[in-house]
Design a protein around this ligand. Structure first.
Ligand SMILES: C[S@@+](CC[C@H](N)C(=O)[O-])C[C@H]1O[C@@H](n2cnc3c(N)ncnc32)[C@H](O)[C@@H]1O
Length: 322
């Protein structure tokens, strides 16, 4: 059987070919997080324009007791499963509080990025030597399938950092339907949604003045060069971000600055780019409360509670299966 790293690598290669053969061309943003991508994302989270992390951090640090009472209404042991955990900075606030209150749980961070999981493991081992932790590397769609069989404890599923925004609304609906099928009546889903707000505030978060988001997007080309022997010249592409207030969608693109051909050695394929041709890199869907309600209802959940930061920029929505 193939290792999960080999499977991820094969799927990555297939996705690169699929994306560059399509019109318009696209990449999947789940491949942003190699070593350098994870490091750049940590820088993005510290940028003054990137309000998302600050808002979610505020909710976690000021409403920890409330979250704990909803997650752990009794003393029964549970699994704290995090989809796309990244470096787990915000989750560490919850873990710290749960351990102090002697909650009995296993933390299961799932991420496609081995580098992100390494960062997390190092940090959590130092901070919480007594924590029971079981990391899983893989695409959460695939890893989800193993959930139901592995443990019969209550599942608290975290899906933070507005990761859901990286799905179109149809993909989000399908995702929650799949998740619902794997959950039991007592389980809880805890999702971070970025809310619609001043379009300029949103646009700046994806187009920061220091150019870190641009470097983060361009890094995917460098990753493809390294892992598949491609000859992308990142200098020949520029980052462009947009926000569409009617759709509530922020989108990022890399734009080819000239007519060019890129050869990918390991895939033995070449791809032509016209001058100013875009590659669609990422969607970051913004929600309002009725969209959240509709999404929950349509996928077999009810919204138990929405927690907000002070500015109402962001909500952590607590869903229970119906
Ligand atoms: C925007 S970061 C957010 C990290 C963290 N949840 C937070 O709030 O800081 C997205 C994380 O999800 C992971 N990820 C994205 N798509 C994924 C997928 N399909 N399966 C597993 N992990 C994925 C990425 O590797 C990255 O670590």
């Amino acid at each position: 059987m193939q290792s999960s790293t080999a499977t991820i690598q094969n799927t990555f290669a297939e996705d690169v070919i699929r994306g560059l053969s399509a019109t318009p061309k696209f990449f999947s943003s789940k491949y942003f997080y190699d070593d350098e991508g994870s490091r750049l994302f940590q820088e993005i989270m510290k940028l003054p324009e990137y309000y998302l992390t600050k808002a979610e951090y505020e909710i976690f640090s000021t409403q920890t007791q409330k979250i704990y009472s909803i997650f752990v209404p009794d003393n029964a042991p549970f699994d704290l499963i995090e989809l796309g955990s990244g470096d787990g900075t915000k989750t560490s606030l919850l873990v710290n509080f749960f351990l102090k209150h002697k909650a009995e749980f296993t933390y299961v961070p799932i991420d496609i990025s081995g580098e992100a999981l390494e960062l997390l493991t190092e940090k959590f081992a130092a901070q919480f030597p007594n924590l029971s932790i079981q990391t899983e590397q893989g695409d959460y769609f695939r890893t989800l399938e193993t959930f139901k069989t592995e443990s019969n404890k209550r599942k608290i599923i975290l899906f933070l950092g507005s990761n859901i925004g990286n799905f179109s609304q149809t993909q989000a609906q399908n995702f929650f339907n799949e998740l619902r099928a794997l959950m039991n009546a007592d389980d809880v889903l805890f999702i971070g949604f970025d809310l619609q707000k001043n379009p300029r505030t949103i646009l700046s978060a994806y187009d920061d003045a220091q150019g870190v988001t641009a470097a983060f997007n361009l890094n995917l080309l460098t990753r493809i060069n390294r892992e598949f022997g491609a000859d992308f010249d990142p200098e020949n592409f520029s980052h462009y971000a947009s926000y569409h207030p009617i759709e509530g969608a922020a989108r990022s693109f890399l734009i080819s600055k000239k007519e060019q051909t890129v050869f990918i050695d390991a895939l033995n394929k070449k791809f032509e780019f016209a001058m100013w041709e875009p590659i669609f890199m990422e969607i970051s869907q913004k929600y309002n409360l009725s969209m959240i309600d509709n999404l929950a209802q349509a996928s077999g959940f009810r919204v138990e509670k929405n927690l907000f930061d002070d500015k109402k920029f962001y909500t952590n929505s607590i869903w229970k299966p119906v």
